[in-house]
Write a protein that binds this ligand. Structure first.
Ligand SMILES: [Zn+2]
Length: 352
């Protein structure tokens, strides 16, 4: 994505089951992202773990709801399941621009696909797009919704990665009676009683969360997810309606690193991507903000480690970091400008 590495944040996240967690049966769920533990063979025995990709999915979908609450504008975050196909029937051409009512909600990945492909999904009677758009990394980043800027889309890998979470406590699992759900009536299906294996309450998992080339509000977005995990507001896994899936999360110290010597950066400032690339012509196309800085009064002193400057936030400094980062996130999302996305102004349509 970004050709240079400017900053990085990482922390350990502990997730404790505060109720039983269903172990994945292998059935697909229709209730959205899942964070069900699965089994793997590791260190000489079978153990359960929470896949990092599922954790990421659960946190992403929680944050999508948070963003929609903070800023109710249509399309402030995209709907990852909304495709372009079919919507073009309602589209119109006006002054060479394509106006499509539900366009803001379309998933970012799908928008980029439509923009960059000659073989477009957009087929409007009487009109044909003239050219294909060369999408630069900067353009994709700038035009992604805040969720996709952090978590990625089918077009771009995102800035956060979450490792698989392994059990750190003694692992306990138990069997529970399950009842099959009839897909038509949503009632219990006859004769479909079976046993469910669950991870017992009290089991702890641990994972690492990495954030690269981040804007400070993105750090805040993750900190808010951590806070909501701590408050037990994020339930996970299938079987939520059976009272399964309650967890509590906690972040350890947060390590923030930037690369190389940076002139005039006080130790108590955390610079985001926007501040690092400020004034750089090429990078100005990333759609970041030049005032991308958090000032942390109780910040620890930066320590030099090779080419890196490292600050480790814990205790009081960690609390202040979380508070200021979350406030930057809230401000950013509340004022997020949804582009005049009813139009594909970059497409040049001609009459055929
Ligand atoms: Zn998006």
């Amino acid at each position: 994505m970004l050709k240079k590495a400017v900053n990085e944040a990482k922390f350990t996240l502990t997730i404790e089951a505060t109720g039983p967690l269903l172990i994945r049966s292998g059935h697909a769920t229709i209730s959205g992202p899942d964070m069900t533990p699965v089994r793997t063979y590791r260190n000489g025995h079978w153990q359960v773990y929470l896949p990092g990709s599922s954790l990421k999915g659960v946190i992403r979908s929680h944050l999508e709801r948070v963003c929609r609450t903070l800023n109710p504008s249509a399309g402030v975050v995209c709907n990852p399941f909304l495709r372009m196909e079919g919507l073009e029937k309602k589209a119109q051409i006006e002054n060479g621009r394509l106006i499509c009512p539900d366009y803001p909600e379309v998933s970012c990945g799908e928008k980029f696909k439509v923009r960059s492909k000659k073989d477009r999904l957009i087929k409007i009677k009487g009109f044909q797009p003239m050219k294909q758009e060369e999408l630069s990394n900067a353009q994709v980043y700038a035009d992604s919704c805040p969720i996709c800027r952090l978590f990625g889309s089918t077009f771009y890998v995102g800035r956060v990665s979450i490792r698989d979470a392994y059990v750190t406590s003694t692992e306990h699992t138990e069997l529970r009676d399950g009842v099959g759900i009839d897909r038509l009536t949503s009632g219990a299906a006859q004769g479909a009683k079976f046993e469910l294996e669950v991870v017992s309450s009290g089991t702890s998992f641990e994972t690492e969360v990495y954030l690269r080339n981040f804007e400070t509000w993105q750090l805040g977005m993750l900190m808010l997810a951590v806070q909501d995990l701590t408050d037990g507001l994020i339930r996970v896994g299938s079987g939520r309606s059976r009272g399964l899936g309650s967890v509590r999360g906690e972040a350890g110290e947060v390590t923030i690193t930037h690369l190389g010597k940076v002139e005039n950066k006080p130790s108590n400032e955390i610079w985001g991507l926007g501040k690092f690339i400020k004034g750089d012509d090429w990078y100005s196309r990333y759609g970041t903000w030049s005032d991308d800085v958090l000032t942390i009064d109780s910040a620890p002193k930066e320590e030099r480690n090779g080419i890196r400057e490292v600050s480790v936030f814990c205790n009081e400094a960690l609390v202040e970091l979380q508070r200021r980062a979350i406030s930057a996130f809230v401000q950013r999302i509340e004022s997020w400008q949804v582009p005049d996305a009813m139009t594909f102004e970059h497409l040049d349509f001609r009459k055929v």
